[in-house]
Design a protein around this ligand. Structure first.
Ligand SMILES: Nc1c(C(=O)O)ncn1[C@@H]1O[C@H](COP(=O)(O)O)[C@@H](O)[C@H]1O
Length: 165
């Protein structure tokens, strides 16, 4: 029997329709070898499951929760209301308001219940995961070295950019 690695990061989203955006977070966690779990939890459609997830997050060993939602995006804030595990909120682009509604729903938290809020869409999801990696790297030298290398590679790629002039 193989031993299950306990997830350190939880990735949750309000709908499977958020996956194309939120998979950018999952891809980063996979790239860094961070144990994670990913699932649909909707504050509006699954409130009891959402509270249970938030209440158990810390005792289950999660160190960060990446929560993405679109429109009336209450999921990140309501999870943050029920746990002290850092919540990283990702506004998913919405059908009618291009995600500006999602962004404002997530970012305008009352003082005392923070959600670290990222940019709308794919870059926001990837950056949320990179921030989760950085949080974990504070107590993990190997992960810190990996993150340093990622940034060096990124710098080299930018330095190698040319223009068609
Ligand atoms: N904002 C929320 C929440 C929530 O905050 O709990 N639950 C679902 N949704 C959002 O509704 C949008 C449309 O969902 P459907 O595609 O399932 O109709 C999605 O972007 C989802 O995140």
């Amino acid at each position: 029997m193989t031993e299950q690695v306990k997830p350190l990061v939880g990735v949750v989203m309000g709908s499977s329709s958020d996956w194309d955006v939120m998979k950018n977070a999952v891809d980063v966690l996979k790239q860094f070898g961070v144990p994670f779990e990913a699932q649909v939890i909707s504050a509006h459609r699954m409130p009891d499951e959402m509270f249970r997830y938030a209440e158990q997050a810390r005792s289950r060993g999660l160190r960060a929760i990446i929560a993405g939602a679109g429109g009336a995006a209450h999921l990140p804030g309501m999870i943050a209301a029920k746990t002290i595990v850092p919540v990283l909120g990702v506004p998913v682009p919405s059908k009618y308001l291009r995600g500006e509604d999602s962004l404002l729903s997530i970012v305008q938290m009352p003082k005392g219940v923070p959600v670290a809020t990222f940019a709308i869409g794919e870059a926001g999801a990837a950056n949320a995961a990179l921030t989760a990696v950085a949080l974990l790297a504070a107590n993990d030298d190997a992960l810190a070295t990996q993150l340093e290398q990622f940034r060096l590679d990124q710098t080299a790629a930018a330095q190698a950019m040319t223009l068609p002039v």
